[in-house]
Ligand binder design. Structure first.
Ligand SMILES: Cc1cc2nc3c(=O)[nH]c(=O)nc-3n(C[C@H](O)[C@H](O)[C@H](O)COP(=O)(O)OP(=O)(O)OC[C@H]3O[C@@H](n4cnc5c(N)ncnc54)[C@H](O)[C@@H]3O)c2cc1C
Length: 404
């Protein structure tokens, strides 16, 4: 049976889907969110670090029970254990409880009028003769169908729905395995996030230690392979991490996929838009996708609202979504991708030299002046234009790993 009910259906109740749903519902249109899991926000795979400026840009003020800590900077460790502190003297980022954050976003969308259905997994999608999208769903164990004029695909990095729709998917090369533990009894400054680079420790990415306050933290790692064994090795053998975690107890471990590529080439089709991780909207330098995916999700929500107002779900109408997010974020995505690729091909010697030289050349000052946790284009571009960085870059060329 086909129920012609909601005007728009969102697949996936992660931040991107919920932000798009809130935007559409706010305008009075009927929107339904379908989430396969029984509880919003669970399981959660996130380190929970979000910039205060990014949240403000999205118009979000998470309540106190969502916020676990506030941090003012980051310390970056070279493979040799040298470190570079980037701190700007104000509380720049929030450490959040991601399950509670998603569940708060769901309440916010519901308050705007969205209908949120859990235990509702979308299995397939097809287009009727009248161009309506028909979804086959498994809901609380029962199979059913539901239709809508427009679909917002926010399924995350799995990209099965995009594949079924013949839309571009996030490439396998852009997906890195990640593993993370929540730990207590950590010897860490509660104000500072720590990042550990090195081809021995985390080839292709880095390990992190994010303070949750009161001696608790998330310690995690993403790499080109074997994230969990590499994380265990780092906890036991990395000269700095081992010291930090000497007396710590591991509370909970969880895995996930970190994205380090560029957004997909096309994020819409007749009656469909793709948002968030499903469209690869993640900062390649850090794997953070909540803010950037959220910016696109709100643009998607506004585009879909306009399409519903005008009853126009054509290619042309929905292409406004793609031009909107590209205009706001594509240059930043590209610049972050270039920076990530450059870092990931350096040998440990190269990383050591960059961190040592960056300190002595005063490059931290540039990062302090221009740095934005989300829109990193300005700071990367200024670093690239700086003659001192140019010399640093030439030096680093010596260290490009011949095996990469
Ligand atoms: C270890 C790790 C640490 C991270 N740390 C950070 C961080 O500190 N800061 C940050 O900004 N980002 C971080 N990220 C990235 C961040 O988690 C993602 O960018 C973000 O969750 C993307 O949101 P989304 O809504 O696009 O997708 P998701 O959050 O993945 O949500 C997709 C939802 O769709 C549901 N779904 C999928 N398929 C179907 C279907 N067929 N039917 C119904 N429901 C479906 C899923 O169950 C899920 O709930 C981290 C990622 C990892 C792996």
């Amino acid at each position: 049976m086909v129920i012609l009910d909601p005007e728009a259906i969102v697949i996936g109740a992660g931040p991107a889907g919920l932000l798009a749903a809130a935007e559409i519902a706010q305008s009075g249109h009927k929107v339904q969110v379908l989430e396969e899991h029984p509880e919003i926000g669970k399981p959660d795979h996130c380190a929970g670090l979000l910039s205060a400026s990014g949240l403000a840009l999205l118009g979000l003020k998470p309540p106190s029970d969502v916020i676990q800590n506030r941090v003012s900077g980051a310390r970056i460790f070279s493979p040799a254990g040298q470190s570079l502190l980037i701190e700007r003297g104000r509380r720049e980022a929030l450490v959040i409880n991601r399950s509670r954050f998603d569940s708060w976003l769901a309440d916010r969308a519901k308050d705007n009028g969205a209908d949120i259905n859990t235990q509702a997994k979308v299995l397939g999608i097809r287009t009727s003769e009248s161009q309506t999208k028909i979804l086959s769903i498994k809901e609380e164990g029962m199979s059913s169908e539901r239709s809508a004029q427009v679909i917002i695909n926010a399924e995350g990095s799995r990209c099965q729905i995009s594949k079924a729709l013949n839309l571009p998917v996030v490439s396998r090369r852009s997906k890195l395995p990640a593993y993370q533990y929540e730990v207590k009894g950590v010897d860490i400054d509660d104000d500072i996030v720590e990042m550990y680079y090195g081809r021995q420790t985390a080839p292709g990415f880095f390990a992190w230690l994010i303070p949750m306050g009161e001696g608790r933290a998330r310690v995690g790692l993403a790499a080109k392979d074997s994230a969990k064994p590499r994380l265990k090795a780092a906890i036991n053998h990395h000269p700095v991490l081992r010291e930090r975690l000497k007396g710590a107890t591991l509370e909970r471990g969880f895995g996930g996929i970190v994205l380090v590529g560029l957004p997909v080439r096309r994020s819409f089709a007749q009656g469909v838009v793709v948002v968030g991780d499903a469209a690869g909207m993640v900062k390649a330098t850090t794997g953070g996708g909540v803010i950037m995916g959220g910016i696109a999700a709100q643009i998607a929500g506004r585009t879909v609202t306009k399409a519903l107002d005008e009853r126009d779900f054509s290619h042309k109408s929905l292409s406004r979504y793609e031009s909107g997010w590209r205009f706001r974020t594509l240059k930043d995505f590209r610049m972050m991708y270039v920076a990530q690729r450059a870092l990931s091909v350096l040998s440990d010697k190269g990383l050591n030299s960059i961190i040592e030289d960056a300190k002595s050349m005063g490059l931290v000052e540039i990062v302090k002046e221009e740095g934005d946790m989300d829109m990193q284009r300005k700071v990367i571009a200024r670093l690239m234009r700086n003659p001192r960085t140019f010399v640093l870059g030439l030096k680093a060329l010596k260290y490009i790993d011949p095996l990469v």
